[in-house]
Design a protein around this ligand. Sequence first.
Ligand SMILES: [Zn+2]
Length: 81
Amino acid sequence: MTEDRKTKKAAATRKCPVCGQESWRIIYGMVMPDVMEQNPKAEFAGCVIVPEVRIYPATGKVEGSIAKWACQNPECRHRWW
Ligand SMILES: [Zn+2]
């Protein structure tokens, strides 16, 4: 039995809306080492979930949620969802 590497999904990244650098998905909770191997481009936040607040530009409403994406630019570190 051989493992078909082509079925392995590519790491999904996004562009930071602030600086345009690559941003990685934030994965919360306890994960197994094989999950980390499958997601080399992800931040693992463990069980510490920090709700963040932002003002949504389109509506001007204040929203609170949990960041899903983290900018990998060390000078930016923008987090959003
Ligand atoms: Zn950024």
